[in-house]
Design a protein. Structure first.
Length: 402
């Protein structure tokens, strides 16, 4: 018998899995952050800092007393997370480390020029003798372009050794990676059992269903692990095999949302929330796990989102770095903002609500509160609003100092 979910039920299932349906769903503090990272499978790292960087924003959205220090401590002191590549550079649960070893092993030194191998040996020898180092600790006396954005040879070597699994990022200085030998970073009790291909694809399905709540086979295979050697079709085929096996054993359930086939678990269905309760207002990072798959966002939320910072000015509809606005179980608009930290002003350049949205007064109070909270998180005390759409919505917002 077919199991059917309404679009609203599908959204709520996904939001609950993402920790976005209730305030502090994972709790508060460092342990809550560990639970959030383990539930989400990864936290994407990004360099753009027009507002607080994506990894900090994503964590704070789910744990309201989050500070950047928490993430740092989880990495270098408590060894609960590590950095590597999922579909992008990410923080990952340390408990999942073994599943990334096949990718590391695939990045051997085949066809590597001798001078690059010598530089890698030199980098390893220095870190072994001196302890954790970063790129700036190496001189640039022999800088020749090696094809990696014209990086100096030591930086190329460190990144190669990192992707190969010989080095790990032990911490960051600002945004600069500090590397140490992998054997000195990994916890003593870490499981290093190498998964076979079947184990790996099962892991991928389990992780993404835990994080997404429900997903199609393409959405489960979205994570491509950043390797040219691992083709997307190969991941998709392996994902489909894992799904078939898990359907047979009953650990995965097939559902229909409209006419779209997706997969979930019986546990997710048993815990499907029948109501939202108080509707939270949240600003999501463009790299937030909930919306990173843009086609999925369009299908589940009827929200057509594109990050426009990579577009020329004349092609932008909403702004350089617009943030989707989540209200309860709906994406209702987007806010383009900038944290002018030097003068303490949070500048809202453009706040646009969806044309189909009409609950302005109901949204305005919660949105005003969240703007204040978000400004504080971004280190700003004052708030300015340049433009809203519709125009009259601006007068409904409280723009007091925080």
């Amino acid at each position: 018998m077919d199991i059917r979910l309404s679009p609203k039920e599908a959204r709520r299932l996904s939001l609950q899995s993402q920790g976005l349906l209730r305030h502090n769903q994972f709790g508060r503090g460092r342990n809550a952050l560990v639970r959030a990272v383990e539930q989400l499978a990864y936290i994407q790292i990004d360099t753009i800092s027009v507002i607080e960087r994506a990894h900090h924003h994503t964590c704070w959205t789910r744990v309201d007393n989050y500070t950047a220090r928490m993430l740092d401590q989880l990495q270098w002191r408590h060894k609960k997370i590590f950095e590597y590549w999922f579909h992008a550079a990410s923080y990952l649960p340390m408990s999942n480390y073994r599943f990334f070893q096949p990718l590391m092993h695939s990045r051997g030194n085949q066809n590597t020029p001798k001078r690059d191998l010598k530089m890698q040996e030199y980098v390893l020898d220095r870190i072994h003798a001196e302890g954790p180092l970063q790129s700036r600790d190496f001189t640039d006396h022999d800088h020749r372009s090696s094809g990696w954005w014209n990086w100096k040879p030591a930086k190329v070597a460190m990144e190669t050794l990192f992707m190969r699994g010989d080095l790990m990022v032990v911490r960051r200085d600002g945004f600069q990676k500090i590397y140490d030998l992998t054997e000195r970073v990994l916890p003593a009790d870490i499981d290093l059992t190498l998964p076979n291909e079947e184990d790996w694809h099962r892991f991928l399905v389990e992780q993404m269903l835990t994080a997404l709540g429900l997903a199609s086979d393409n959405e489960l295979a979205y994570i491509r692990l950043g390797s040219r050697r691992i083709k997307k079709q190969r991941i998709l085929n392996g994902t489909r095999r894992a799904i078939r096996n898990m359907l047979e054993e009953g650990s995965v359930v097939e559902v229909l949302v409209g006419d779209k086939k997706r997969y979930t678990t019986r546990e997710h269905l048993d815990n499907l929330p029948s109501r939202v309760g108080r509707k939270l207002v949240l600003f999501l990072s463009p790299f937030d796990n909930l919306i990173i798959q843009r086609q999925r966002t369009l299908e589940l939320f009827d929200f057509d989102y594109q990050l426009e910072c990579y577009l020329p000015d004349q092609k932008r509809l909403y702004g350089y770095f617009s943030l989707p606005i989540l209200w309860g179980d709906q994406l209702v608009g987007r806010m383009d903002a900038k944290a002018a930290r030097k003068n303490g002003e949070f500048q809202i350049k453009n706040l646009v609500l969806e044309k189909k949205f009409t609950h302005y007064e109901e949204l305005a109070e919660g949105l005003s509160d969240e703007i204040g909270r978000f400004a504080t998180f971004n280190g700003c005390e004052r708030i300015s609003i340049d433009r809203t759409e519709p125009k009259r919505f601006k007068s409904m917002l409280r723009t007091v100092s925080h």
